[in-house]
Every structure is written in C-alpha cells, then in structure tokens.
Design a protein. Structure first.
Length: 416
C-alpha cells in the first residue's frame, strides 16, 4: 500500500460499481458501539430529560458518521495517510462514547465536545486534501473551512466554564449543521455514489437494529422467574426489530440505489439523508423502551412518561419509514398505503395515553401488531402495482404486434 496517493473523485466514474470497504465496515461498527454507550444513560433515565440529553449526543455521533460517509462516497484515497486519519476518527468516536454518561455541565461533557472537535478537525483535513481535485475545489474549500471553524469552537468550548461552554456549543453546532446544507448546492455536480452511499446507510441501519436485539437480550437476562408476560414481551420486542428491518429494506427500499438525475431527485435525496436522523433516533429509543418492558415484573405497568416515550418513538419510526418510501418511489404510488398509515397513526397516538393502565406486554404486543399491519399493507400495495404494471406491459405488447400477425387475425394475407 502506498504512503500517499492522489485523491480521485469516485462519482465521476459513471457506471462503476462500488461497495463498502472492510475499513468502512469497521468504522460503522465503532460508531454504532458509541451509540450503544450513549444509550446506557437513557436506559437509567427513560424520561423527557434523559431523552433530550440522548438526542443531542446521538445527533453529534450520527452527524460525525454522516460527514465521513459523505466524504468517502465522493472521494477515494485508500492510502496509509487516509487510514491513519480514519483511525483517529474512530478513536475520537470511542472517546466521545466514554465521556457520554455525565451531565452537560460536567467535566466529562467537556471531554465529549473535545473528542468531537478532533473528529471535525480530521474531517477538515480530509477535505483540504481533496482540494487538489480541481473540479471540486469550491465544495472542498467550503467543507474544509466550515468544519475547521466548528472544530475550533468545539475545542475552545471544552476549556471554558459553564454557561459559556453552552453558548459556544450552540454556535459550533450551528456552523456544523449549516456547512453540509450550504454544500448541498453541489449535489448535482458531484453526487455521492448512488450505490455506495445507500449501502452505508443500510449497514448502519442493520447494525443499529442489532443493538435493539441486544436490548431484548438484556431485558431477558433481567428476568429470573420468566413469567408469560416477559416471554410475550421478548417475542414482541424481537418481532418489532425484525419488522423494522423488513419494512426498511424491502417495504420502502431504504437502501436502494439513489441516482441523481433531476432537481426532484436531488430534493428526494436530501430528504432521504436527513430523515434518517429521526428514524435512527427513534429506533434506538424504542429499543431501550423494549428492554424496560421485558424487565417488568408480571402484571406491572409502565409509568405514564415511559409509555408515552415508547409509543411516540414507535409512531415516529412508522412516519419516517413512510417518508423514506416516498423518496424511493415515484410520487403518488403510496396513496393507498398512506391512507392506511394515517389509521395506524390515529391508533398509536391515544395508545400512548392509555398504555399506563394496561400491562406493558400488551403495549409491546400492540406496537408489534401495528408494524405487522403496515408491512402487510406495503406488500399488498406493491403486489397490486406489480399486477397493474404487468397488465400494462402485456397490453402494450399486444398493440405492438407485427403487421403479419394483425393480418392473420383478420383472416387476410400481409402485403408484400
């Protein structure tokens, strides 16, 4: 392997297939492990306060992962320097996770921000290297400058006291979020690889769902006598994770190729990218809630706040999956599905208010059932559209028969 080699623009090679590398798989695994670490305090504080804290830290972890993923989907330079920079990012992600359990005004939270500053510094260096690709200089300069400024603000915030730290965090986060948004104007000129990027999102999704399965296992370990309610909760929780996997990959084609061909496809692409944050966040929150339900003693109920968070997170998963489906299919193909989805939403909303008066296993069984109904509708709707498309193709083929066939049907001979 070369110590250094020129960076090339992957998206300029039209039609060339590209798969996620082993290094990228390792990178994704580190970040999902960081998500699992950040989820630990939420398991102990499954309240609105704990949810807000978890959401902010989850946002920073996912945003750092997204920045690296977008870069690696556009540019390729698998040299020693690139691997060293990737290792530094992975270590910084682990440091973020190690400092994610204390309150925002603690020394640990300052360490969390400092580790994030290291991630953004490396990201700025990567884009600065990519400036040598002449055609992308405006894009790479914007990203290098924006991430560099944000990295400085995050680093300074780590050494100043509260509340100044919070003000610097707000400013740094604003710069951090706005930089990719401003860079979005270059999506049509330098689109991410249409196969590689969805594959990375799919891999992150499936590993995150694996964390939900681990939450089911932790809930099972907490039970000593194994009542029927715990068994039903465990089956329902695992079925819910399985249903989300099925729904995402087959139902709404969340990991399908995303070619950029028009302005509408650019808008759909941006919606698809950013809707993954609330989707991933709500999947993680549902996973923690499932662990809580499985751990309940027989006949126990969830607290009102716990049940609301769990049900509303499940509602958000369903809504975000529907939006992902809209970005993958031509406009209007999901009309019947969305009519039924609205019924699911109407059923889930009151369920959150009444779920504290019924045993927790019933709540979880209800959530798994609604997921199953949505899946059934998605595939029945797809089958109906497939039959319609087949009928149209057969009709078009019949209208395009050669002249001699048409003449034979009429009982005459074709003209010479």
């Amino acid at each position: 392997m070369e110590l250094w080699r020129p960076i090339r623009l992957v998206s300029s090679e039209a039609g060339q297939s590209r798969r996620a590398s082993w290094l990228e798989l390792f990178f994704d695994l580190i970040f999902v492990a960081a998500v699992a670490q950040v989820s630990a305090p939420l398991s102990l504080d499954y309240t609105l306060h704990g949810l807000v804290r978890f959401a902010l830290m989850f946002l920073l972890i996912w945003w750092a992962w997204l920045g690296h993923t977008m870069y690696s989907s556009r540019f390729d330079s698998d040299d020693v320097l690139h691997r060293v920079l990737t290792f530094i990012q992975m270590f910084a992600a682990a440091a973020m996770a190690a400092n994610a359990k204390a309150a925002f005004d603690s020394r640990d939270s300052a360490g969390f921000g400092a580790a994030y500053a290291v991630l953004r510094t490396v990201q700025a260096i990567q884009y600065f290297r990519a400036r040598k690709v002449r055609d992308t200089r405006k894009l790479t300069t914007l990203c290098a400058f924006g991430f560099g400024v944000a990295a400085i603000a995050w680093a300074v915030a780590a050494i100043v006291p509260v509340p100044t730290r919070f003000y610097l965090w707000a400013g740094a986060l604003l710069v951090d979020l706005s930089t990719p948004w401003l860079a979005g104007r270059y999506t049509d000129k330098f689109p991410p690889h249409p196969e590689h990027l969805p594959e990375r999102f799919g891999l992150f999704t499936i590993i995150l769902l694996g964390e939900s399965v681990a939450a089911v296992m932790r809930g099972m370990e907490s039970q000593e006598s194994w009542p029927i309610s715990a068994a039903i909760s465990a089956i329902s929780g695992l079925g819910l994770a399985y249903g989300y996997w099925w729904w995402y990959f087959d139902g709404v084609k969340g990991a399908a190729e995303r070619p950029i061909k028009s302005r509408r496809s650019i808008k759909a692409f941006h919606v698809w990218v950013y809707v993954h944050f609330p989707l991933y966040l709500s999947i993680a929150v549902v996973g923690v809630g499932v662990e809580h339900v499985i751990s309940l003693p027989a006949g126990s109920h969830l607290q009102r706040e716990d049940s609301l968070i769990l049900v509303l997170a499940a509602l958000l998963v369903a809504m975000m999956l529907d939006i992902v489906g809209l970005t993958a299919e031509p406009h209007g193909n999901h009309s019947s599905q969305f009519r039924f989805s609205r019924l699911i939403y109407l059923a889930l909303l009151p369920a959150g208010w009444f779920s504290d008066i019924v045993p927790g296993w019933i709540v979880l069984l209800f959530l798994a059932s609604t997921c199953g109904m949505a899946l059934a509708l998605t595939f029945s709707d797809s089958s109906r559209k497939a039959r319609i498309d087949l009928s149209h193709r057969l009709h078009d083929s019949a209208n395009e028969r050669p002249l001699y066939e048409t003449s034979r049907v009429r009982g005459s001979t074709p003209e010479p």
